[in-house]
Design a protein around this ligand. Structure first.
Ligand SMILES: *Cc1c(COP(=O)(O)O)cnc(C)c1O
Length: 394
């Protein structure tokens, strides 16, 4: 039997080897894609008595699959959780987490800059069918949570740093406050990846990743992950995934395992490039503001250093000009493609607030002219030249 403990020493070792039992598949260095919907048993009693947490026992593909299990074991270990569960998308993971944490009439506190479809799920589905109420706050000051979280609150939803404007929440302080009121804390950790931030260690109850971004890393797979800090909550999430049926397929899980092998190296490269691009934008004289947690000028610098060990490849900026000029700039870029996702090998530009009213963009903390860039794995100088050429066309 492989001694799995020796792989727990670093995230790189977990990503490369943890959870993989080579002797079970002819010592192949990569695990097989178990493309089976069914596993069979010797006896009827064996079926009824099998332990669902035993990684060598499986019954049916909507419940668990050996390839999916390898992915989950790696992510649970990287996030320091009791377990992790893989889903067919980030939103399948998020919706299952919310429906596990709330009941009819629950109160939810959520940051304004949480992922849009998740906010729609709470204010739409959960409100309409379950009478869930929600308060939205900026979340960069703990006082806002103190004023909003009450004993009626069952769930606090964080995303730190948040996409687009990269504001942080003090995870440890929010968790202490939420737990004092009996609420669970859910956090989207997609930007930092498990490499640069471990929210369960800071008291969060559920960590979510869309593996469609950095964990997949190659823009060829959609998936999501939940990791839980505590066993009874993990068991509920496991039960609800089985009942709602959102498990990821084995082929996608296999691609995510492949993505994990290079995650640490990729995020380091994304970070190095994004910092160079952010510093160029800050100093080019044509930009009003740059939003990137890796910059020394980030307004929450001390908190960045307290809870993150790094930043990845996503950043935003506001040009010193109108939204129409920003569109022109984005459309002049050649290497940065126009696209909504991020976390892959490719560089992307997007204008998330363009079609909002000035007022609604202001609530989210930016202007309509904001451009979000994902710095891919291309050379930093190539990306900076692309931006220089686009600025010259304005
Ligand atoms: C893309 C994204 C999601 C949703 O993930 P899907 O896999 O597309 O469902 C959630 N949170 C953040 C921060 C995202 O960028």
């Amino acid at each position: 039997m492989t001694d799995q403990k020796k792989y727990l020493e670093s995230d790189g070792l977990i990503a490369a080897h943890y959870g993989e039992e080579y002797e079970h598949y002819y010592n192949a260095i990569t695990p097989p894609m178990f493309m089976n919907s069914l596993n069979v048993f010797e006896t009827i009693d064996d079926y009824y008595d099998f332990d669902r947490r035993d990684k060598h026992k499986y019954c049916y593909g909507r419940v668990q699959n050996p390839t999916v299990r390898i992915l989950e074991d790696k992510l649970a270990a990287m996030e320091h959780g009791v377990g992790a569960l893989a889903f067919a998308s980030g939103m399948a993971a998020a919706a299952t987490a919310v429906l596990t944490a709330v009941k009819a009439g629950s109160h939810v506190v959520c940051i304004h800059n949480a992922y849009g479809p998740l906010k729609d799920f709470i204010t739409g589905y959960c409100h309409e069918y379950m009478n869930v109420t929600a308060d939205f706050i900026r979340g960069d000051e703990i006082e806002e949570f103190e004023q909003t979280v009450t004993d009626a609150t069952d769930l606090v939803i964080l995303e730190s740093p948040s996409s687009v404007i990269f504001s942080l929440q003090d995870i440890e302080a929010v968790c202490r406050l939420a737990h004092a009121h009996g609420a669970l804390v859910y956090i989207d950790n997609t930007f930092c990846t498990p490499i640069y931030q471990k929210p369960l260690d800071m008291g969060a109850d559920i960590v979510m990743h869309t593996t469609s971004k950095y964990i997949g890393g190659h823009s060829d797979v959609i998936g999501g992950i939940l990791a839980a800090r505590e066993e009874s909550l993990f068991q509920k999430l496991l039960q609800h995934r089985e009942l709602m049926g959102g498990i990821v397929g084995p082929a996608e899980a296999w691609l995510m395992i492949r993505g994990l092998r290079t995650l640490e190296t990729r995020v380091a490269a994304h970070q190095e490039t994004a910092l160079k691009v952010a510093e160029y934008l800050e100093n080019c004289g044509k930009v009003r503001r740059v939003y990137y947690p890796g910059l020394k000028s980030h307004p929450q610098r001390a908190l960045v250093e307290k809870q993150q060990t790094g930043s990845t490849g996503l950043l935003s900026f506001e040009i010193d000009g109108t939204p129409e000029q920003a569109v022109k700039l984005a459309e002049h870029l050649q290497i940065f493609k126009i696209g909504v996702s991020w976390g892959g090998f490719e560089s992307l530009a997007f204008m998330p607030y363009l079609r909002l009213s000035q007022e609604n963009a202001g609530v989210l903390g930016g202007g309509r002219n904001i451009i979000r860039l994902h710095c891919g794995l291309e050379d930093a100088q190539v990306l900076i030249s692309d931006l220089e050429a686009a600025f010259a066309c304005l």
